[in-house]
Design a protein around this ligand. Structure first.
Ligand code: CTP
Length: 416
């Protein structure tokens, strides 16, 4: 894991799953203890959650716990008389927007592959309308069970049958061994579920995002930076990933966790950022420059800490201008040929429209996104002004998460 991450947990905005009804299936595995937290996160994100447990799952965690967290009675038996028609497999599967099995044991994967119906959970998976109710599976098992050809064969078959595999984590296992097969963490599963519902408007695209401030060293202990938190850029990287793109995020020094599925390159100075961006831009189809890149750096960083000499004299720093990363990429052959769509940001303190229009022309980009820097640095909310060659479009005050999705939709519309 990158030593710079995760410093802050990813914050999933409340309401990401508003209006969604999720059947959360638990099968027998020690990872059931994580499903309690997962249930809480799904509910917090706005979903209604119907928990269904296998007999084996109840050995690991009680239905009482899951009922309390989901605020609904838990189902376990296909003979549950609480349902007026006594058909919980039909009723529960018809209500669902999605069925998530977490944890999904090796045995339960095998049962799904065989289409067995000996418990309510496998029965309702078989009975689900496949065209409208997706099945997401979060496997959890010992590493040897995970790599066993039988499991891998079953997994491949289950995917071929239309289920979505969410992958597994790596690390220490409850059995004392270390390897692949742990259930993904609740926060990761939540991100996957939220992403699953987003339209895949950037499928097949390769998106490069810069984010955060840069740090320009004066000496080994001091430097010049700015108040950018990186939150907008990270939200955009995440939204692009949710929209189906392959995403590379070049991040200045920020305390944010990497959005799931995003490749992160950590940099410090503007020069480091330029060096990371240039090769990545050769592969990208969309470049979104949200970073607050320092305009200048000290001409010479001192090798050792600059000390006071007692006379009261202040150091005389000389500055040189940093290369404009966005303008450089926007003038590359790839961008000029239309293979790379460039989006700039403008952090202004006043005259947003005029400044954004002027900056768009100066940077040579088709789309520039203006925002009032001092009002948004470090905040979770923002308001954006999109300026292209024809018009200015306001994206009103909202969470950065929502604005990022709106911006991604605007970009997808422009490149389609
Ligand atoms: N940018 C960049 N490299 C730089 C400076 C800026 O890539 N050396 C990018 C930013 O990531 C942003 C856009 O250019 O997408 C505008 O950045 P901003 O700081 O608002 O503008 P400046 O170019 O610094 O212009 P000014 O100082 O006049 O506001």
């Amino acid at each position: 894991m990158n030593p710079n991450t995760p410093l802050l947990a990813p914050s999933t905005a409340d309401g990401d799953l508003a209006g969604k009804h999720i059947v959360l299936g638990l099968t027998g595995g020690i990872a059931c203890y994580k499903s309690a937290e997962l249930c809480r996160l799904l509910v917090k994100a706005g979903a209604t959650v119907q928990v269904v447990m296998t007999e084996a799952a109840t050995q690991f965690i009680t239905p009482v716990t899951m009922q309390a967290l989901s605020n609904r009675p838990v189902f376990g038996s296909q003979w549950d008389a609480r349902e007026p028609n006594n058909m919980p497999h039909i009723n529960l599967s018809r209500e669902a927007d999605l069925i998530l099995i977490a944890p999904c044991s090796a045995d339960f994967i095998a049962r799904l592959v065989q289409g067995r119906t000996d418990e309510l959970l496998s029965l309702l998976c078989l009975a689900r309308p496949m065209a409208t109710v997706p099945l997401l599976v979060a496997p959890a098992m010992n590493r040897e069970m995970w790599v066993h050809p039988a499991t891998q064969r079953n997994m491949a078959q289950l995917q071929a049958d239309g289920a979505v595999m969410l992958g597994v984590g790596t690390g220490a296992q409850a059995c004392g061994e270390t390897g692949d097969g742990r259930m993904l963490e609740p926060a990761e599963l939540l991100e996957d579920v939220v992403a699953f519902f987003q339209p895949k408007t950037l499928a097949g695209q390769r998106v490069l995002v810069t984010a955060g401030p840069t740090f320009e060293a004066i000496d080994p202990v001091r430097g010049i930076t700015n108040l950018s938190s990186g939150k907008m850029g990270f939200a955009i990287a995440r939204a692009a990933r949710e929209a189906g793109a392959e995403v590379t995020l070049v991040a200045g020094p920020v305390a944010l966790a990497t959005p799931r599925g995003v490749t992160r390159i950590d940099v410090k100075s503007a020069q480091n950022m330029l060096e990371a961006v240039i090769p990545s831009a050769q592969q990208a189809t969309i470049f979104i420059a949200t970073a607050a890149v320092a305009d200048w750096r000290p001409a010479q960083a001192a090798d050792h800490k600059i000390k006071k000499d007692g006379s009261g004299a202040t150091p005389q720093l000389q500055f040189v201008e940093n290369t404009d990363i966005l303008a450089t990429v926007a003038q590359s052959a790839r961008a000029l040929s239309g293979a790379l769509f460039c989006v700039g940001f403008a952090a202004e303190s006043q005259n947003l429209l005029a400044n954004a229009q002027a900056k768009r022309a100066r940077k040579g980009v088709p789309l520039l996104v203006g925002n009032i820097g001092p009002a948004t640095f470090g905040q979770d909310h923002n308001a954006l002004l999109l300026v292209d060659a024809h018009r200015a479009t306001e994206l009103p005050h909202a969470s950065k998460r929502i604005l990022a999705r709106q911006l991604v939709a605007e970009i997808a519309h422009r490149i389609s």
